[in-house]
Unconditional design. Structure first.
Ligand code: CAA
Length: 407
């Protein structure tokens, strides 16, 4: 049975900040953000949006695009590290806003940026376990990345949501069953209860990410079938590689590490200048998947799937019948390397709304961004041209209230 992602839909919040403006305000050379981190813009949420509205809008777009009866969804998993309550899951709000069936299982998953992959794998296993019973799961990865103003993490903020329909009729990606996992307890990035901004040991987090990639990819590569021919590497078997991308330069560091492991494990492969060859491999296999995320920033657990949606949207027709490699990293930590086959029919589902979402944003200046960052979460009215389907109205009687405004 082929199980995987039938289609994806994304939602990017209404506001954005150009990083050249942030660089000027912080007295930083713009090249540091553009070339050093690979970032151009960051997505920001207006007061009327939070992680619930991001997730619900992505879910509504997916249900609309797939012409799906919500009653057909038997499992709703929301992956997020930006919850709005200690007990009530984001998925519960989303379940209500989307009008899903009362016979649907509903829960959140949290493990930093890994939770989206945990949700995807859980949903795929549930579909497989159903055998010939038709099972459809809605998986939504949604996050808002916040670091303290003026901190090194500040330019790597962002926000967004990706909804995925997981079932036995995948048209976007057929998931491999063999994956490589690596988990280790580390304090590289965390957010204590009560804090809105994350704490991070930046350079250590990069080292932890690369160690986790080494562990997960090595485990995955050992399971690869058919066995490698002399001189053949895993990179020869894929059209593209997608990495969790807190900032695009992280994917370049990751690819350099993967290539080193992969090519050194290929007996007979002759590489004279590894750095030059790895850079060429990055341009061919990785860079095309990073163009859109450079305009969104880190959307934590949605990041990898935003890259997948953007790649399929931009190049779907060319990728039919080709294989992709994917790497998911969640600080703390857990990581997974897996692969997927893009079905020949991908062109029918490849519009995930990436280009349209990016085109409809309002750019704010640094003063407005700082006011938003300092403001308490009160909810509010939708700004002019708002493209989301739901707004956060505010808190009444200690309960968060939402309203449908679009779609
Ligand atoms: N022109 C071009 N490049 C420049 C430059 C200039 N004028 N000045 C500096 N640079 C380059 C640096 O050489 C460096 O590149 P290399 O790493 O390739 O050497 C890059 O810009 C970053 O500069 P710094 O090394 O000075 O690092 P920083 O203090 O700006 O911090 C960071 C960078 C650690 C990523 C920080 O932004 C941060 O803490 N981000 C949040 C944590 C994070 O994203 N970690 C990633 C791994 S963990 C993970 O993936 C989970 C998650 O989502 C959080």
């Amino acid at each position: 049975m082929s199980v995987g992602i039938e289609r994806l839909a994304v939602y990017v919040p209404a506001y954005a900040l150009k990083l050249e403006d942030l660089a000027a305000a912080r007295g930083v050379a713009p090249e540091k953000y553009r070339d050093g981190l690979g970032l151009g813009e960051m997505a920001l949420v207006p007061p009327c949006e939070d992680v619930v509205t991001l997730a619900a809008t992505a879910g509504a777009r997916l249900i609309g695009a797939a012409h799906l009866d919500p009653a057909q969804i038997g499992m709703l998993l929301v992956a997020t590290e930006t919850p709005v309550d200690h007990a009530k899951p984001v998925a519960s709000f989303v379940h209500g806003l989307l009008g899903l069936s009362s016979h649907c299982r509903v829960w959140d998953l949290t493990h930093a940026c890994y939770a989206g992959t945990a949700a995807l794998m859980t949903a795929a296993d549930w579909v497989r376990a159903g055998g010939h019973r038709v099972r459809r799961a809605l998986v939504i990865a949604a996050d808002i990345a916040r670091y303290p103003l003026g901190s090194p993490g500040e330019p790597t903020q962002g926000a967004g949501a990706v909804a995925m329909l997981v079932d036995a009729e995948p048209q976007a990606l057929i998931l491999s069953e063999d994956t490589g996992v690596h988990a280790r307890h580390v304090h590289d990035f965390w957010r204590p209860l009560g804090r809105r901004e994350a704490l991070v040991d930046g350079q250590y987090s990069i080292a932890c990410y690369l160690d986790a990639l080494t562990g997960a990819f090595t485990a995955f590569r050992a399971l690869e079938r058919p066995p490698f021919e002399p001189g053949e590497a895993f990179t020869d078997r894929v059209a593209h590689l997608l990495y969790h991308s807190p900032f695009p330069k992280m994917a370049a560091k990751a690819h350099r590490r993967l290539v080193e492991i992969d090519w050194r494990a290929a007996p007979g492969r002759v590489v004279e200048d590894l750095d030059t060859a790895a850079a060429a491999s990055f341009r061919e296999l990785v860079a095309p998947g990073l163009e859109a995320i450079a305009r969104v920033g880190n959307c934590y657990t949605a990041s990898l799937y935003f890259c997948l949606a953007a790649l399929l949207e931009a190049q779907g027709r060319r990728l039919g019948g080709r294989r992709l490699g994917l790497f998911s990293y969640g600080s703390g930590s857990c990581a997974e390397f897996f692969s997927g086959l893009v079905p020949a029919s991908v062109a029918a589902v490849s519009d995930a709304g990436v280009a349209a979402s990016l085109a409809r944003r309002t750019y704010v200046d640094v003063a407005a961004y700082e006011r938003l960052a300092r403001a308490p979460e009160t909810g509010g009215d939708p700004p002019p041209g708002f493209a989301g389907a739901f707004i956060f109205e505010g808190v009444r009687g200690e309960q968060r209230r939402y309203a449908r405004v679009g779609i």
